[in-house]
Design a protein around this ligand. Structure first.
Ligand code: GDP
Length: 294
């Protein structure tokens, strides 16, 4: 996903490495190129600008300019700042009981698939996850979760087709869960093509009732800037605790992933990299930074 960005960075870094002694001008020129590469890769403009300012402030220190390999040092600063931008340390899930995870996001972002992927992950860790279908608008979504749950070997609560109140479904699901002996409850919610008041109101009611430890936004990394604004909207409405970025296996520019943490202040906890149920990975900022830097 980051190949275009990685190529542009590689070129700028080669320029930096190629110069024996660096002047302030060399550094400014190289960092300007890098900023352009970031914005072209879909990184939000101010995020890219501030990021480059931070690398520049560190790089223009006396010691760096006098050091033997100033280019290498600047690249190291870049890598450190990129790791920081992506969130620093890996952010774990809060699964203290009662462990409830609310999955939200737009239609097609990958909520249902990701709910099942997460359940499979937790099961492999020795927990007893349960899946709860709360999308009352699309019967197909309920069926899809039932099918995926079966594949993952995880019990699924499926509401009646006539049910219209999501809080009632959640209540019934909690009663069902008592008998299932589950330790983590994952609620897959309804999405929309875009954010609207009805969706947010329903989600707020469900959130208020469940008081989940984790409210995770599933965002399609390929949607670029839209993913960032969607995250901000959901965060304002219900207070998300983290983000799961999906479709990182795609060929989009991927810069949204780089802006998400900075803009929302919420960590990216997992990354989806394929349609299969075992293709959900913990998001490690340092590993992602290494990947981007090639
Ligand atoms: P929902 O509407 O948000 O519940 O989205 P779905 O879970 O139905 O996913 C929409 C489509 O995206 C499906 O075809 C999924 O298989 C696909 N999908 C989900 N996550 C990923 C991912 O990480 N990579 C790829 N390539 N496809 C994904």
């Amino acid at each position: 996903m980051f190949s275009t960005l990685a190529d542009s960075l590689d070129k700028s870094f080669r320029d930096l490495r190629g110069v024996g002694r660096l002047s302030e001008k060399n550094i400014t020129d190289a960092l300007r190129q890098i900023r352009i590469a970031l914005v072209e890769a879909d990184v939000e403009f101010n995020v890219a600008k501030n990021f480059i300012e931070r690398v520049k402030d560190k790089s223009i220190g006396e010691d760096v300019l006098k050091s033997i390999k100033p280019g290498e040092q600047i690249i190291k600063f870049f890598q450190d700042e990129l790791t920081e931008l992506l969130g620093g340390d890996q952010a774990p899930l809060d699964l203290n009981p009662p462990a409830r995870v609310l999955i939200c996001g737009l239609n097609g972002a990958g909520k249902t698939t990701t709910s099942a992927k997460l359940a499979l992950r937790l099961k492999k860790e020795g927990r007893r996850p349960l899946l709860i279908a709360c999308d009352l608008y699309r019967p197909a979504a309920i069926e899809q979760l039932a099918t995926l749950g079966k594949q993952a070997g995880v019990p699924v609560y499926t509401p009646d087709a006539s049910e219209t109140d999501v809080v009632k479904v959640a209540k019934d699901a909690l009663a069902w869960a008592e008998n299932q002996n589950g330790t983590v409850l994952i609620f897959d919610t309804a999405g929309r093509q875009e954010i609207d008041d009805k969706l947010i109101l329903e989600l707020k009611r469900l959130h208020e009732f469940l008081k989940p430890k984790e409210t995770l936004l599933v965002a399609d990394a390929a949607t670029g800037q839209q993913a960032v604004s969607v995250a901000t909207h959901f965060d304002d409405a219900v207070g998300i605790t983290g983000i799961i970025l999906t479709k990182l296996d795609g060929d989009a520019r991927g810069g949204a992933a780089l802006s998400m943490r900075e803009v929302t202040g919420k960590p990216i906890k997992f990354a989806g990299e394929g349609e299969k149920l075992d293709q959900l990975y913990e998001f490690h900022p340092n590993r992602m930074a290494d990947r981007i830097l090639g």
